[in-house]
Design a protein around this ligand. Structure first.
Ligand SMILES: CC(C)(COP(=O)(O)OP(=O)(O)OC[C@H]1O[C@@H](n2cnc3c(N)ncnc32)[C@H](O)[C@@H]1OP(=O)(O)O)[C@@H](O)C(=O)NCCC(=O)NCCS
Length: 230
């Protein structure tokens, strides 16, 4: 792999997936997680995304998808020992993003934009006071856009760090929803990195942000064709 970031997209709900084959790629822990979903649709989305994640990692690493052994950080960040690249995934309503890159930590978040007006107060714990005031002062339409830009940035940063959003409020973000302020913050293991957020155009329905610990990387957005079809 070179220094580019590969961002794989997959609409799980619209893909012809052989669910038996997909499930056969998962390990015992993933199968147990799959069993815990109440609704079939959520279970299928989980099986589809973990099978696709395994295939994408296998594609980049040159290994077999069902040989991959995940381990998890203190707040649930998945990783695989010995890989020459980092990865992270995010999903929203059946739409999956998997980001893969060498020599950088990586975090990604995607959210499907809702039409209903959103209360910006949800973001108050995560934003510096000036940034929150600026968000509230936007026109309703701009505020909706800025809300999703902030929200995906907060989550992608938390996921690159491996902390999860419960830890991030201690370091409130400043700037505006449009700028690309880099921040130096420790990851979940205590190592300091500078984090570079980047908004992504992945679909007209979704907002998405990528956060890297390396600056200036080219990003290639590609559609994953699951080798999971009938
Ligand atoms: C990580 C987190 C921000 C994800 O939010 P989300 O928008 O609901 O979900 P996304 O679709 O964007 O991402 C989910 C994926 O991120 C990955 N992930 C989970 N925890 C992660 C973490 N701490 N850092 C990075 N990635 C993480 C998983 O692979 C997950 O996919 P899966 O469900 O197929 O396993 C949120 O779940 C969180 O804050 N988790 C922390 C939990 C925590 O603090 N637990 C206490 C200690 S056990």
């Amino acid at each position: 792999m070179d220094s580019t970031v590969t961002l794989w997209t997959l609409n799980i709900d619209a893909s012809p997936i052989d669910w038996k084959l997909a499930a056969s790629l998962l390990d015992a822990d993933e199968r147990q997680r799959a069993q815990r979903f109440v609704f079939d649709r959520d279970r299928r989305r989980f099986i589809g995304r973990r099978a696709a994640l395994r295939q994408i990692i296998a594609h980049h690493a040159g290994t077999a998808a069902n040989d991959i052994e995940f381990r998890y950080g203190p707040y649930g960040r998945p990783s695989v020992a010995g890989l020459p690249f980092d990865f992270n995934l995010s999903h929203s309503h059946g739409f999956l993003l998997v980001a893969v890159a060498c020599e950088t930590r990586i975090g990604v978040d995607v959210e499907r934009r809702q039409d209903e007006a959103i209360d910006p107060a949800v973001l108050q714990p995560y934003l510096a006071p000036a940034a929150f005031r600026q968000l509230c002062a936007e026109s309703p339409q701009r505020r909706q856009q800025a809300f999703y830009a902030w929200w995906t940035r907060i989550e992608a940063l938390a996921k690159a760090r491996g902390t999860g959003i419960a830890v991030t409020p201690a370091t409130q973000l400043d700037g505006s929803a449009d700028d690309l302020l880099a921040r130096a913050l420790p990851d979940a293991e205590g190592q300091l990195h500078t984090w570079y957020p980047r908004p992504l155009e992945v679909s007209p329905l979704h907002a998405a942000t990528l956060v890297l610990s390396a600056p200036g990387r080219a990003v290639h957005i590609k559609t994953w064709s699951p080798a999971l079809s009938h």
